[in-house]
Write a protein that binds this ligand. Structure first.
Ligand code: NDP
Ligand code: 2IT
Length: 448
């Protein structure tokens, strides 16, 4: 993806110089800049206001030591991060990733994406992201608790319900959010909506658990309908088997599709009869086991080691819901050759730039992450509203609001793409629509 606009091309060079060793962050900025070329041409006022230079530099980056004691009494040290990227339209908002691959570049790419995603939700939330290279896998509950308490001891100095509101992401689910919330409350002596994704007994919102996966399917449904198609009778492949993958499977099935595959970082299962989701929930949410255990109950299903092979399964629609860069050029080509006509991203940046080029070259429908997976943070925003008014809304109410938000997000992407002469390019539409709201706010607030 080469930039034609000289101003953006020069700026991208500076970003590359200043952020060496952070390829995921450069990848995310490059994709957004390519989409924003027509905006830079049409809106010299935003160039004049230095919006582009400012939006690629986080407002604040915090890196800290997270010491904790394991079950053998040995001291362990992890590294904690919080990148407060942009607060032009609301308090910093975004999840916490706990995974051994976490380093500053991953958190910066996620925080950068979050700015535009949160803007698309229509709710007043800025962009942020955090996490640690701590690996929750194989740790006891007590170890996870000690890590979370240590992590929050430092993080609590930087966040607050009107400042920065973290939530879940890979490796951070209800258990981790509970431990972190408890520690924040103890340290600050206040009960506030400082985290979202909380348990239902202490301020969590109904439908937050389901929100990202459901939202991906509501978005997909809009995109398919706009292109004369629907989920009905379609074969769907979904990667991952975590929070997003599970609830995407549930909603896609409800909407008439057959989901035939799921994965984890070790391998994937293929069940021609359609995934038995209750079993996956039991294995993954309750027992924290590996996806390969599925075939012990369903011997007719097939387990294969290695996760990228999942894209060789023939399907109509692919929903990558595991992690960044999980579909490369070769996998994208295989999907296209096998007749897949739509890729909608549940994970953040799951397609490499080369994979995206393959989608466009084959006229596939493409739903970009920052629009398609915005349902999670949207319901986090609704959780913040409920916490502020000290009320809880019903599941149906939250789900209806989520559905409407996803419809609105699709509409904004579609309209922005049309307005800038790129009809059907929802990636450009998402980047432009998400950017413009933040850019107007940054311009109005002056050089800060
Ligand atoms: P979970 O931790 O619940 O699940 C993650 C899933 O992806 C697991 O099946 C995991 O397998 C797999 N996975 C993680 N890392 C890798 C890797 N490096 N290679 C292969 N597989 C991997 O996370 P979520 O479902 O919450 O998140 C999934 C994606 O969705 C992420 O990109 C996240 O940023 C994004 N997202 C999440 C939102 C949310 O509300 N939770 C909102 C919007 C986006 P294993 O168990 O083996 O690690
Ligand atoms: O990537 C994401 O949007 C999330 N992990 C959810 C963030 C949130 O604040 O709910």
């Amino acid at each position: 993806m080469a930039l034609q606009n000289k101003y953006l091309a020069d700026l991208l060079e500076k970003v590359k110089q200043r952020n060496q060793g952070e390829p995921e962050f450069i990848q995310a900025v490059t994709e957004v800049f390519v989409s924003l070329e027509p905006v830079a041409e049409k809106r010299p006022d935003l160039v004049e206001a230095g919006v582009f230079e400012r939006i690629v530099e986080p407002e604040r980056q915090i890196i800290f030591r997270v010491p904790w004691v394991d079950d053998n009494g040995k001291t362990q040290v992890n590294r904690g991060f919080r990148v407060e990227f942009n607060s032009a339209i609301g308090p910093y908002k975004g999840g916490l990733r706990l995974h051994p691959s976490v380093y500053l570049g991953i958190i910066k790419f996620l925080g950068f994406e979050q700015i535009f995603k949160n803007s698309l939700t229509t709710l007043p939330m800025g962009g942020g992201k955090g996490g640690s290279d701590f690996n929750p896998k194989g740790k006891s509950d007590a170890e996870v608790m000690r890590f979370c308490q240590s992590f929050m001891t430092e993080l609590s100095k930087h966040i607050g319900p009107d400042t920065d509101v973290p939530a879940g992401d890979i490796g951070t689910g209800a258990r981790e959010i509970g431990y972190m919330f408890g520690q924040y409350k103890r340290l600050r002596n206040e009960f506030t909506g400082v985290l979202t994704g909380k348990g239902l007994t202490f301020g969590g919102s109904l439908a937050r658990t389901e929100a990202t996966g459901y939202g991906v399917c509501y978005f997909t449904d809009e995109l398919l309908k706009a292109n004369g198609k629907s989920f009905e009778g379609q074969t769907v492949v979904i990667s991952g088997s975590g929070n997003v993958a599970i609830y995407a499977t549930q909603k896609a099935t409800e909407l008439g599709a057959k989901v035939v595959a799921l994965s984890d970082s070790n391998g994937y299962i293929y069940d021609e009869n359609g995934i038995d989701l209750e079993l996956v929930k039991q294995l993954k949410e309750v027992e924290r086991k590996r996806i390969k255990e599925y075939v012990n109950v369903h011997p007719e299903a097939k387990y294969t080691e290695g996760c990228s092979g999942i894209w060789t399964i023939p399907c109509d629609i692919a929903l990558p819901c595991a992690t960044q860069n999980e579909i490369d050029e070769a996998s994208a080509k295989t999907l296209a050759e096998n007749g897949c006509y739509a890729v909608i991203e549940g994970a953040n940046m799951p397609s490499t730039p080369e994979a995206i080029e393959v989608y466009f070259a084959n006229n596939m429908l493409f739903g970009p992450a920052k629009a398609a997976n915005a349902g999670g943070v949207a319901v986090s925003g609704l959780e913040m509203s409920q916490n502020s008014e000290r009320l809880s809304w019903t599941f149906e109410d939250v789900d209806n609001r989520l559905h409407n938000i996803m419809k609105e997000i699709f509409k904004s992407c579609d309209e922005a793409a049309k307005e800038y002469g790129m009809e059907g390019n929802y990636m450009a539409g998402a980047n432009i629509a998400g950017f413009l709201k933040v850019a107007e706010a940054m311009k109005a607030q002056g050089c800060v």
